[in-house]
Design a binder for this molecule. Structure first.
Ligand code: BES
Ligand code: MN
Ligand code: ZN
Length: 498
């Protein structure tokens, strides 16, 4: 989709479709009202006739409105004006994108950014429009032999803003499209099945990304190289698989050469069967999504490249399968991590932390200023927070605050959970330095406690994305979260430079 900026009156703009907001009880938005005046009360009379009330989610299309230059007008119900806010704005934009795409119009001009939405500025509204519209039009049909194509899909979408806001809108579209492309990459990788998206496939994707930008350096370690380094925890997870593990690093150097980078560490378990501590079969297919942390790292780096952010970012992706096999790790096995600490593997299904701990130790070589790891780490997080917020745990409250604010700004929220000392003893083991599980209580927190022991000399935060990385049910599919949060976090760190 191509996005552009316009600054024209709704009745005189030439386009396949003009998109206007209408509030509940038939209250016209400013742009709709302007359109109404130029068309001699066309909208007013239509609404009076009962065709639409303006409730949330309602849409109505008129063809060849007399007195206007467009082929169609699409009215979007926005609900009560007093209750309209940023979330409803996103919903309105989503139903508009879906409806225009179905309408047969191949181009459209949206006046929705003119709506007052919980105090959000034009930059936010325009950027969200690009992100949300792209999200709505994505279909996970990569592997369908016959794709059900819309006969005339939407190809060009213009956002209408005041002429004084043109520059800011262009910047917002630029950012929005880059972020949308990052989200899309993360979704595509997440939705791919485990027989295609293997550790080697992820490495290949990273290399492809590296080819698009000379500031991005990609390197891949194989199992022999990891063994040499001493990554006993990571390799213990890969033992049950035929498919070999990989450690992928992507170094994006957009900032000053001596600026310490932000490191993003993403869990890349391309299929998690649980290993010898095997999972029950219902919904086990969803464990192809256990690499969504890795996918979000690739998506975020893609967005950095597309926006040419003046910042240094390193992505580290430990990638492996977790399968049972004659050579697989067994409950009770004790392994030695890269840090030298020993771990008693009491449950082979707590594998994410085993690969992340070695990746966290490995990240130190980049001398990072902060490290954020992203992982579909615990079912307990889904129970605690459901599918709306990622769990956030950190050894630094300031960093946690930055990430929380980024999540709120990007409509990709996280929620802070405690990482208190008191929880650490749940990981005690009689035989090794620690166990890899901490019992039934506070599973998300004890998983983070485990990781904290490997987050050496840097500020570190952990995002548990088990509840937010994909959707179940009719709309089953990867969400691309938390690419939005992470790119916002990086944008904020660039300050006014971008
Ligand atoms: N990948 C899973 C976590 C998960 C489960 C994410 C369900 C989303 C939905 C992780 O590797 C895992 O299996 N965690 C175990 C940890 C337990 C053995 C301490 C869990 O959450 O059950
Ligand atoms: Mn597991
Ligand atoms: Zn897992």
């Amino acid at each position: 989709m191509k996005f552009t900026v316009k600054s024209e009156k709704p009745a005189t703009v030439k386009t396949g479709c003009v998109v206007l907001g209408v509030y509940e009880r038939r209250k016209l938005s400013e742009a709709a009202s302007l359109f109404d005046k130029s068309t001699r009360g066309l909208l007013t009379s239509l609404l009076k006739g009962g065709d639409m009330d303006g409730k949330c989610g309602q849409t109505l299309i008129l063809h060849h409105p007399r007195g206007a230059k467009c082929e169609r007008v699409l009215l979007i119900g926005c609900g009560k004006q007093s209750e309209f806010n940023d979330t409803r704005y996103r919903n309105a934009v989503a139903s508009a994108a879906a409806a225009v795409n179905r309408s047969g119009a191949s181009d459209a001009v949206s006046y929705l950014p003119g709506l007052e939405a919980g105090g959000r500025d034009t930059y936010w509204k325009v950027r969200q429009l690009a992100e949300v519209s792209t999200r709505v039009l994505y279909k996970p049909d990569q592997l369908k032999s016959k794709k059900d194509k819309t006969s005339r899909p939407l190809r060009r979408l213009a956002v209408n803003v005041d002429s004084s806001d043109t520059d800011i809108a262009l910047k917002a579209l630029n950012h929005g499209q880059a972020i949308a492309a990052g989200i899309q990459l993360a979704r595509m990788l997440g939705d791919l099945p485990g027989n295609i998206c293997t550790p080697r496939y992820l490495a290949e994707q990273a290399r492809e990304l590296g080819k698009t930008c000379k500031q991005l350096k990609v390197s891949v370690l194989d199992e022999a190289a990891m063994k040499k380094l001493g990554m006993g925890a990571l390799l213990s997870v890969a033992r049950g698989s035929e498919e070999p593990a990989r450690l992928i690093t992507l170094e994006y150097r957009g900032g000053n050469p001596d600026d310490r980078p932000v490191a993003l560490v993403g869990k890349g378990v391309t299929f998690d069967s649980g290993g010898i501590s095997i999972k029950p079969s219902p919904a086990m297919d969803e464990m192809k999504y256990d690499m969504c942390g890795a996918a979000s790292v690739l998506g975020t780096l893609k967005a950095c490249v597309d926006m040419e952010l003046p910042i240094n970012v390193v992505g580290v992706i430990p990638a492996t399968e977790n399968l049972p096999g004659g050579n697989a790790s067994k409950p009770g096995d004790i392994v030695t991590s890269l840090s030298g600490q020993t771990i008693e593997v009491l449950n082979t299904d707590a594998e994410g932390r085993l690969i992340l701990c070695d990746a966290l130790s490995y990240s130190e070589k980049f001398n990072p200023e902060v490290v954020v790891d992203i992982a579909t780490l615990t079912g307990a997080c889904v129970i605690a927070l459901g599918s709306h917020a990622a769990g956030l745990l950190s050894n630094d409250d300031e960093l946690a605050g930055e990430l929380l604010r980024a999540g709120t700004a990007a409509a990709d929220r996280a929620w802070h959970m405690p990482l208190w000392e008191e929880y650490q003893e749940q990981l005690d083991s009689n035989f090794a330095d620690m166990a890899n599980i901490g019992g039934r209580e506070a599973g998300t927190i004890t998983a983070a406690c485990f990781l904290s022991r490997f987050a050496g000399n840097y500020h570190w935060a952990h995002l548990d994305i088990a509840g937010v990385a994909w959707k179940q049910g009719k709309e089953k599919g990867a969400t691309g979260r938390p690419v939005g949060l992470l790119t916002q976090f990086l944008l904020d760190r660039c300050g006014s430079d971008c």
